[in-house]
Design a protein around this ligand. Structure first.
Ligand code: ZN
Length: 326
């Protein structure tokens, strides 16, 4: 909670700076991100939402899509907007969010800037999974994860499964059609084409778990729960839901090792760029192999338009190899 307050306070300071600078806001906004007249400015909060939004806006005239939280950041658990970020927010005509509480840091600035009407919630119409039980740390550790990690009881990482991503693409298309009616048809057509490509990935992914002789998987973080679910696999444990930076204690590692030896999952899934130390330790102790799966929570700032599709195809290949599916 203390962390939440200090981060809200920093947000307020940044906002106060922004309002104090209002007389020269024009010049400062131009310095933050030069815009040409008549441009429709779309701001996407996180890397995957930005990838989807760029596909929906592809070749639509006069539309500029920007990313809010830096591409390498991943989930914005601890993100604090700077004054420059808040100017970007003020200049945006559409703000595309993941939703489900992932962007809790934005609620106050959006209210203060009177920008709530410009928000497109990409989670609209999706089918979220419940937040998994935490194998890494229980609810007795004093942490208040819900406050910095999504709505209580809900796993907010809907982007990490292509079937949910397809629903997000359609929600983004509808939202942009509402806010920029002259280009409504183009947004809807792009969203439908992109969603169809994502749905094309979902079918083969779902077939993996159905064909696999054993379906158990252990996940480093709860974002991979969507990928595992869409691959029809059984998630036996999630090492850490919420805060990626907490470590497993020796006794937690021991009890997990015992469980893994008894339940014999096929794979422990870590996340790029490198597996968590707990993933490696658990793999050594239990004899269950580990591999990297990419939830596409983060990526390169110059990611190509089909970055998500490539990552999901690579994930499917990895799963087929370990789960012994031709
Ligand atoms: Zn996360």
């Amino acid at each position: 909670m203390k962390r939440l307050f200090s981060f809200l306070r920093r947000g307020f300071c940044a906002l106060a700076c922004l309002l104090a600078l209002a007389p020269c806001a024009g010049a400062r906004a131009a310095e933050a991100a030069p815009a040409s007249a008549g441009e429709f400015r779309v701001l996407a909060t996180t890397f995957p939402v930005w990838l989807f939004t760029r596909n929906v806006c592809h070749e639509v005239n006069g539309v500029r899509v920007e990313l809010f939280v830096p591409a390498q950041t991943g989930c914005p658990h601890e993100f604090t907007p700077s004054p420059a970020d808040l100017r970007k927010l003020a200049a945006a005509q559409a703000i595309v969010i993941n939703g489900l509480g992932l962007e809790a840091f934005l609620s106050q600035p959006l209210r203060t800037l009177d920008k709530e009407h410009a928000v497109i919630d990409a989670s609209r119409g999706t089918d979220p999974l419940p937040a998994p039980a935490e194998a890494g740390h229980g609810h007795d550790d004093g942490h208040d994860h819900a406050h910095d990690h999504g709505a209580p009881g809900i796993n907010p990482h809907i982007f990490a499964g292509p079937a949910q991503a397809a629903l997000m693409a359609r929600a983004i298309g509808e939202g942009l059609a509402r806010l920029d009616p002259p280009h409504a048809e183009a947004y809807r057509a792009n969203a439908a084409a992109f969603a169809a490509r994502l749905e094309g990935l979902a079918g083969p992914l779902a077939a993996i778990g159905k064909a696999a002789p054993h379906k158990g998987i252990v996940l480093q973080h709860d974002d991979l729960a969507y990928l595992a679910h869409e691959a029809s696999l059984e998630t036996l444990a999630v090492l850490r839901a919420g805060d990626e930076n907490s470590a497993l204690s020796a006794s937690q590692l021991n009890s997990l090792t015992r469980r893994l030896k008894a339940e014999a999952p096929v794979l422990i899934a870590g996340e790029p760029p490198a597996p968590d130390r707990a993933v490696e330790l658990l793999s050594v102790e239990s004899g269950v192999p580990f591999a990297l799966l990419d939830p596409v929570a983060s990526g390169p700032a110059d990611a190509p338009l089909d970055y998500y599709e490539r990552a999901m195809r690579a994930n499917a290949e990895t799963l087929r190899r370990y789960f012994d599916v031709p």
